[in-house]
Ligand binder design. Sequence first.
Ligand SMILES: NC(=O)c1ccc[n+]([C@@H]2O[C@H](COP(=O)([O-])OP(=O)(O)OC[C@H]3O[C@@H](n4cnc5c(N)ncnc54)[C@H](O)[C@@H]3O)[C@@H](O)[C@H]2O)c1
Ligand SMILES: O=P(O)(O)OC[C@@H](O)CO
Ligand SMILES: [Zn+2]
Length: 347
Amino acid sequence: MITIPRYTLVENGAINKIPELLEKLNLKNPLVITGKSTQKYNKLGYDYIYYQEVEYERFGKLNDENRKYIKESFGDYDCILGIGGGKSIDVAKYASSITKKPFISVPTTASNDGIASPIVSLSVPSFMAEPPIAVVGDIDIIKKSPKKLLASGAGDIVSNITAVLDWKLAHIENNEKYSESSAIFSKTIAEELIEYINNSKNKDNLKEYPKKIVKALIASGMAIAIAHSSRPASGSEHLFSHSLDKLKKEGNIDNKSLHGEQCGIGTLIFSKAYVEEGRLDNKEYHEILKSLKIVKSPVNIFELGYDEDVAIEALCNAHKLRKRYTILRNGFDKKKAIDILEKSQII
Ligand SMILES: NC(=O)c1ccc[n+]([C@@H]2O[C@H](COP(=O)([O-])OP(=O)(O)OC[C@H]3O[C@@H](n4cnc5c(N)ncnc54)[C@H](O)[C@@H]3O)[C@@H](O)[C@H]2O)c1
Ligand SMILES: O=P(O)(O)OC[C@@H](O)CO
Ligand SMILES: [Zn+2]
C-alpha cells in the first residue's frame, strides 16, 4: 500500500496554518523537534526539543531502559513536528515511526528530499519509516534560508538522473525489480528542474526557484514512497556522498559540505561514467553541470572543500557503502577513479 502525505501546504505564510491543520487532523498536543537556528519558527510556542538532544541511537534497541526513555520523551504528545533542515526532519520522522505518532514535516529550507520521503537517512544504509501525514513548506521562510542550502536541494534532485540509470542497470544486469513508472516520475522531476534553472536567465532569474525546488523535493520523496525504496533517488552518486561522509567521520574532517552538494558532485561523476558507457548523451551531462553552476552548487571537489585524494578515496570505496547494484558494479580501481574524476572535471 502506497502512503504519501495527506496534505501539502507550499505557500507564503504556510507556517501560520499549522493550528488549523492540527485541528483538521484532530491533533491537540504536538512536540516540535527542531534546530537551534530554527526554533524561532516554532511561533506557537509548542513544547520542543533540539534534534541534537534526542538520543535516537536508543530507538534501535528497545530494551526496558530505552522504552522508558521513549515514553518519558514522547509519551504525553499526540504528534511530532519536525521544524528545520534535514536533520531536524529526519530525527522527527524517526521518533514518529518509533512512537507510531503522526509526523508533520515543516521544512524551513529546501536542501534534500527527506522533506516528504518515508526514508530516515541518519544511518547508511537508510531505512524505511513512514512519510509525513502533512508537509508545511512556508515559502516566506524557505526563500530567505541560506543560498547554500537551497542550492544543495538541486544536487539532491539532479541525482535522480543517475539514480534511475543505476536502477535500470541493476534490472538489466542483476535482475533487480524495477518500476518504470516510478523511474519516469523521478527522472522527470529532475529534468523539469534542470530545464527551469537552465532557462531562468531569460525568464525570472530564479525568482521562482525556492518554490520549484521545494515542490521537486516533495515530489522526489513521493517517488520514493511509490517505489517503497530510495532507488528512484539514490544510486552511485549517493554512494559517493555516503563514502565522503564516512571519510569525514573517520578522518575527523571538519567540512560542512551538505548532502545535496555531495550528491551533485556524485551526479557529475556518474553521469560522465554513463556517457563513457554510451548509456547517456553527453548533452545531458552538460545540462546537469550547467544547472549546478547556475544555482552555485559545487561542481568540483575543490569547491566542495576537499583535495583530490579525498575524492579518489571516496570513489574507490563507494561501492562498499551498501549492497546496491550500480554502474560501480564491483567498484572502480584507482586508475578508473582518476580517469572518470578527470573526465567529469571533479579533480
Ligand atoms: N530522509 C531522507 O530522505 C534524507 C535524505 C538526505 C538527507 N537527510 C538528512 O538530512 C541531513 C542533511 O540535511 P541538511 O543538508 O539540511 O543539513 P543539516 O540538517 O545538517 O543542516 C541544515 C542547517 O540549516 C539550518 N537551517 C535550516 N533552515 C534554516 C533557515 N530557514 N534559516 C537559517 N538556517 C536554517 C539548520 O538549523 C541546520 O543548521 C542528513 O544528515 C540526513 O540526516 C535525510
Ligand atoms: O537511501 P539513501 O542513499 O540514504 O538516499 C535517501 C535520499 O538521500 C535520496 O535522496
Ligand atoms: Zn539524497
